[in-house]
Design a protein around this ligand. Structure first.
Ligand SMILES: [Zn+2]
Length: 281
């Protein structure tokens, strides 16, 4: 039984003391790949360096997280863009400069990007603009999107609809919504929902919501480590090895075997991100 953790902040300082052991435990638990989302330019660079040390196991994304968007978002994106597009350029990008082949082999996805109005709407407009620019990067590079969305589904869906037919696909990461919200997101047929530790929480409605409206071919597994640790590790630092607890709970909820959860979600990863063996990092 093997699984993939599609969202893990393994570059975070929470892992500075024991990153090697965390990776080792993940492998022993059956994890066959870990995808690393960036939150800003420094983390994008850190992640590229880290993934180079574990080729074929760690896979990098680059992007600007909505909670990191401030008034200087343009400068931020100008610093991230060269990681996507090998040549220097001015925004907005001409299509023929798109990274295409070169970027596609080096990077797994653009992320994490999106909208987050949970704490504040102070940079609401900046978030929208930064998100849209990165959605356009996805269209141009054909790299899928790793999307973070909190208290902003209407705004996000509205923006994504305008690019719906051009986007290569992606993940709505850390989905915790209701049936109606799930159904709305599934209308983007090249996208899947990222499901993590919340699924195992005692009061979570996800074990009812998901089997009712989300077929198993629309789910990928994730930790969002170091956050969102599943039961029985709730409240502790999360890590990729703990995905097995999500698998167990999901198998119960969907009334299928754990192997079937792994088989389906691994297959979904390949559909969204491509064959991992083909990627050279
Ligand atoms: Zn994240």
């Amino acid at each position: 039984m093997t699984f993939i953790d599609t969202h893990c902040h393994l570059d975070g300082e929470e892992f500075n003391q024991d990153r090697i052991e965390v990776i080792q435990r993940a492998r022993e638990a059956g994890c066959k790949a870990i995808f690393l989302p960036a939150i800003d330019q420094p983390s994008s660079k850190r992640i590229l360096d880290l993934c180079q040390q574990y080729p074929g196991f760690l896979f990098p994304m680059v992007g600007l997280h909505p909670e990191e968007v401030r008034s200087d978002w343009r400068e931020q994106l100008e610093m991230i863009a060269p990681l996507l597009y090998p040549q220097s350029f001015q925004l907005p990008l001409p299509l023929e400069r798109a990274g295409g082949e070169a970027a596609g082999r080096r990077l797994l996805a653009i992320g994490e990007v999106g909208l987050d109005y949970y704490w504040s709407r102070e940079f609401e407009h900046e978030q929208l603009e930064a998100f849209e620019q990165q959605v356009q990067w996805s269209v141009e590079t054909r790299l899928p999107l790793m999307i973070h969305c909190r208290k902003a589904q209407n705004e996000m869906v509205h923006l994504l609809r305008r690019y719906e037919h051009e986007l290569p696909g992606g993940v709505f990461h850390c989905f915790t919504g209701n049936e109606k919200e799930a159904a709305e997101l599934l209308q983007f047929d090249r996208f899947v929902l990222g499901i993590g530790g919340v699924f195992t929480f005692k009061k979570s409605h996800l074990p009812e919501v998901l089997p009712a409206v989300v077929p198993l071919d629309r789910i990928v597994l994730e930790t969002d480590a170091p956050y969102m640790a599943p039961v029985p590790h709730r409240g502790q630092r999360n890590e990729s090895a703990y995905v097995c607890h999500i698998i167990t709970r999901m198998a119960e909820a969907y009334q299928v075997s754990e192997e079937e959860i792994c088989r389906q979600t691994n297959q979904n990863v390949v559909r969204i991100f491509g064959e991992l063996n083909d990627k050279e990092y």
